[in-house]
Ligand binder design. Structure first.
Ligand SMILES: NC(=O)c1ccc[n+]([C@@H]2O[C@H](COP(=O)([O-])OP(=O)(O)OC[C@H]3O[C@@H](n4cnc5c(N)ncnc54)[C@H](OP(=O)(O)O)[C@@H]3O)[C@@H](O)[C@H]2O)c1
Length: 344
């Protein structure tokens, strides 16, 4: 008789889009994973349900009447676990990620805010490429970075000519600037291909989300900004392309379903059969160059990254404030850029 060791997981942001999809994957593989800790913000009703379903012994929420641990860091410091899923929004996860890196515990990383705000620190600790590829402490969950990770593994990072990540263009991609002036939060929240949390969905419409992804790719894999390009790709089925110096390119394609990169990160380095729609190779794929000026928030964020990298934390914070103002009906969609500029 032999015992199969389950991978022990802590999930941050378990009540959000990434967190609930992570639990969907875990539900299919209850013999492989054990949930030892969960953390969420204010949705304690759902958190309580998850704790009961998965038997999580320790948990944290922003509601101090509903937690066994006083902070995210307190949760990770007091549990034995094999993988942390970083699916909470905001920057509160930073210390926990640093703790994991120090203890050599991998993080399945969805959270963008921490990487963009503290990119140099994360790069310094995780080693950037090739360390991030050969002996990964960061397992990217975002479909684009998971795609880059899969393309780059086993390759010489110095043979990369350029990398391309794709952008759907968000909910307003077919509207004129004039039409964008009157859009409501509900319109912006109906993303054409992905189902995500509200903040990241608004960021997809301004393309701030894509700017953050470019910055993340720069920090996680050590790729210079001038080698990272974005293509508008309406179908969201090609996630990342790496072109090498010898003229070959590798692509990662799949139907737009976040459970795929989540499952890849949870089982890494194994690939396990998944009950997902097969990729339809008979459908057309379109790519369009991103013209400068067509998404001004994207241009602005990358200008900050190149010229004032120390201001990236301010940009992330300001973006969160401005997106909330838009969702609360306090500013119009077309006022987002001017408000973002106040981060400087
Ligand atoms: N959704 C996607 O497809 C996707 C793809 C790539 C990357 N990401 C990134 O993944 C992160 C989460 O995105 P999401 O779409 O899942 O967002 P979401 O649906 O809004 O969920 C955010 C989660 O974080 C929790 N949370 C917020 N503040 C917290 C805190 N201080 N401590 C603990 N938990 C906290 C929320 O809890 P409550 O709901 O209980 O308040 C919720 O569980 C973001 O950084 C996003 O950019 C998301």
């Amino acid at each position: 008789m032999y015992l199969i060791m389950k991978k022990r997981l802590i999930i941050f942001g378990s009540t959000g889009s990434i967190g609930t999809q992570t639990l969907d994957v875990v539900r299919n593989f209850l013999n492989d994973f054990e949930i030892v800790g969960l953390a969420a913000g204010r949705n304690t009703k759902l958190l309580e349900k998850q704790i009961k379903e998965f038997g999580a012994g320790e948990y944290f929420s922003l509601d101090d009447s509903f937690r066994t641990r006083s902070s995210l860091l307190d949760l990770v410091q007091n549990l034995e676990f094999d993988l942390l899923v970083g699916g909470a929004s905001g920057i509160d996860s930073l210390e926990s990620f640093l703790y994991c890196f120090e203890k050599k515990i991998p993080v399945a990383l969805a959270n963008k805010e921490v990487v963009v705000s503290f990119g140099e620190k994360i790069k310094e600790i995780c080693g950037g490429a090739p360390a991030v590829l050969d002996n990964p402490l960061v397992l990217p969950v975002d479909s684009e970075h998971s795609g880059l990770f899969q393309c780059l593994r086993g390759e010489d990072i110095f043979s990369v000519k350029r990398v391309i990540i794709t952008a759907s263009g968000g909910a307003l991609r077919d509207l004129s600037e004039k039409e964008k002036e009157a859009v409501t939060p509900d319109q912006v929240l109906s993303h054409p291909t992905w189902k995500m949390g509200k903040k990241v969905t608004v960021d997809s419409a301004t393309l701030m989300n894509k700017a953050f992804e470019v910055i993340e790719a720069h920090f996680l894999f050590g790729i210079p900004y001038e080698k990272i390009e974005v293509r508008l790709h309406r179908e969201s089925r090609v996630h990342a392309i790496v072109e090498f110096n010898d003229g070959h390119s590798k692509l990662v394609v799949s139907e737009p379903d976040m459970r795929l990169p989540i499952q890849y990160a949870l089982f890494f380095p194994k690939r396990i059969k998944m009950d997902a729609s097969p990729f339809d190779y008979d459908q057309d794929l379109s790519f369009q160059k991103l013209e400068k000026g067509s998404y001004p928030c994207f241009d602005f964020a990358l200008e900050i990254a190149r010229k004032y990298p120390k201001k990236l934390g301010n940009l992330v914070q300001k973006d969160e404030e401005v997106v909330n103002e838009f969702l609360d009906g306090k500013i119009r969609f077309t006022e987002i850029l001017n408000n973002l500029k106040k981060c400087l």
